[in-house]
Design a protein around this ligand. Structure first.
Ligand code: KG4
Ligand code: ZN
Length: 507
């Protein structure tokens, strides 16, 4: 695939894929020739299909595969796959994965012929694409004509350990500023930041993979892990350069070790361990949820304690009472969908795209929040949340009123979520008699929620900390901040620190 093919490629992509990749995204993929392999199928001068593969070390993930409708069922997909696998094997790929819709029997049958076997089913709202894996080196499964796989010689990629000889003291931190390098790779954001004394952000670099995942309607773990591998070193380097510090000025490396996707967590954790070992710095493992709690105090300084934090992200909806740094009480949680998940699912149902939160918020700007009176589940009932009934109410309403304006649906849905979150937050703050409240997590970027929480707190005379939008969604500044306090309270973590996908927020 060359740039001159992109117009045709994008046309086929738009005709065959419900969530098409943009021209820019294809162009960006072509700029990375060592890790991306993209092919087009031609009939005469005409592009009729394409396929692509992302490679990291000896693993590959097929990112895209499409054949123009009039040319389907002529073996073009299979021919593309043969060529793509040959290219990949020549480049050293031994193992490959891909995603395919459960409903796409024809594609699954084709992939099976190439030795791919179902590996698991990833749940998304409307489709459930199974992951399939193939061992390219397995001759039994290799289609005719494919060369034997070549393995990367580990000696070629071994790194020399550059630690100073034993006994030679490393220069002590000369910053005196409590400088922590934070690293975050738990989901689909590769992030690094340097933060001083747990509050002053010297640099914060976030590389989002959101475009890569958008076509799948959610985060694809295989793509996330590989993209983190590619991005981690440049993102860390940029964070260091922007902060204007060298390794000798740092006091510790803090890293998210859970909760999150195991493959994604391992990339950041292994990278952080390597840096801690290479630079002779303490390593600090940070809980991603705890990190979100610290986001509110970045740039804010003094925090009134005890504090009630509403943590609302793609995976969590929690009311957490912070008595002191590291001392938390879980006051409420969600019984089903997280708030961000509800935004994502409703956005997907309404055809607004991914991630759903910003898409719903944008549509809601021109809608009427009172057009539809959606249910406020359990609003006066304890501090737990439930959002799956609201999602169902939206779907049922659309079925019964197919002509309802999408902007009104978005605005009314958003109003219901904000109302429930804010009322529970207000009551929890009152019942637990806290001095201040704070917002955290991706959904805290939502403007109506921010305004409502701030207004409620002002009325009640409580301090209200709302992080800047860039510190609501996943970032590494919050990880560095949490790491600073963890280092002070618990000391460094061992280099055997594990990645823990289901790590709970411990008090
Ligand atoms: O904290 P985060 O970046 O990642 C997780 O740890 O989950 O949160 C991502 C979630 C997504 O569900 C996204 O739709 C939601 O935060 N989100 C929003 C907004 N921006 C992001 N939800 C509502 N309004 C927004 N403006
Ligand atoms: Zn998060």
């Amino acid at each position: 695939m060359r740039r001159r093919h992109l117009a045709a490629v994008v046309r086929i992509e738009e005709a065959t894929n419900g969530h098409p990749w943009s021209r820019d995204l294809f162009a960006n993929e072509l700029l990375q020739p060592t890790s991306r392999h993209y092919l087009v199928a031609m009939v005469g001068p005409q592009v009729v299909g394409f396929g692509g593969l992302m490679q990291v070390a000896d693993e590959g993930h097929i990112t895209t595969m499409a054949v123009d409708r009039p040319h389907q069922r002529r073996g073009i997909g299979a021919a593309l796959l043969v060529e793509l696998m040959e290219l990949a094997i020549d480049a050293g790929v031994v193992d490959a994965t891909l995603e395919v819709r459960v409903s796409n029997d024809a594609a699954q049958a084709m992939y099976r012929r190439f030795g791919f076997a179902p590996e698991g089913v990833r749940r998304v709202t409307t489709a459930r694409p199974p992951r399939m894996r193939s061992s390219c080196g397995n001759a039994q499964h290799r289609p005719r004509g494919l060369p034997a796989a070549t393995r990367v010689d580990p000696r070629e990629t071994a790194h020399v350990n550059q630690r100073p000889p034993e006994g030679e003291p490393r220069p002590a931190s000369d910053s005196g500023r409590g400088l922590i390098l934070g690293i975050e790779t738990s989901c689909d954001e590769t992030a690094a930041a340097v933060v001083a004394n747990g509050t002053d952000v010297c640099s914060s670099v976030v590389s989002s993979q959101v475009d890569l995942h958008a076509r799948f309607g959610g985060v694809v773990p295989e793509i996330a892990g590989r993209a983190h591998l590619e991005l981690l070193v440049p993102v860390v380097a940029q964070a260091m350069v922007e902060a204007g510090v060298g390794p000798e000025q740092l006091d510790a490396v803090a890293v998210t070790h859970g909760p999150g996707l195991i493959g994604a967590l391992l990339v950041g954790l292994s990278g952080a361990k390597g840096l801690a070992l290479g630079w002779d710095l303490p390593l600090v493992g940070v809980n991603h949820l705890e990190a979100h709690l610290y986001a509110a105090q970045l740039e804010h300084g003094e925090v009134a304690l005890p504090q009630m934090v509403l943590l609302v992200s793609g995976g969590h909806t929690q009311l957490v009472k912070v008595n002191a740094p590291g001392d938390y009480e879980l006051i409420g949680g969600t019984l089903d969908d997280a708030a961000g998940e509800a935004f994502d699912k409703v956005a997907r149902y309404l055809g607004l795209g991914y991630p759903g939160g910003p898409a719903v918020e944008e549509a809601a700007v021109s809608g009427d929040p009172e057009a539809i009176d959606f249910p406020r589940a359990m609003v006066n009932d304890g501090f737990d949340f439930s959002f799956s009934g609201l999602k169902t109410a939206v779907i049922n309403h659309v079925r019964r009123n197919p002509d309802e304006a999408t902007v009104d649906l978005a605005a009314s849905f958003q109003a219901a979520v904000v109302d429930v979150l804010a009322r529970k937050m207000d009551r929890a703050a009152e019942v637990h008699d806290v001095a201040g409240v704070a917002l955290a997590g991706g959904v805290a970027a939502n403007t109506p929620l921010r305004l409502r929480i701030a207004a409620d707190a002002e009325r009640a005379g409580r301090q209200c900390l709302v992080p800047g939008r860039e510190y609501c969604t996943d970032n590494a500044a919050m990880v560095a901040a949490a790491g600073w306090y963890r280092l002070a309270s618990d000391g460094p973590s061992g280099l055997d620190l594990p990645a823990v996908p289901g790590l709970p927020l411990a008090g």
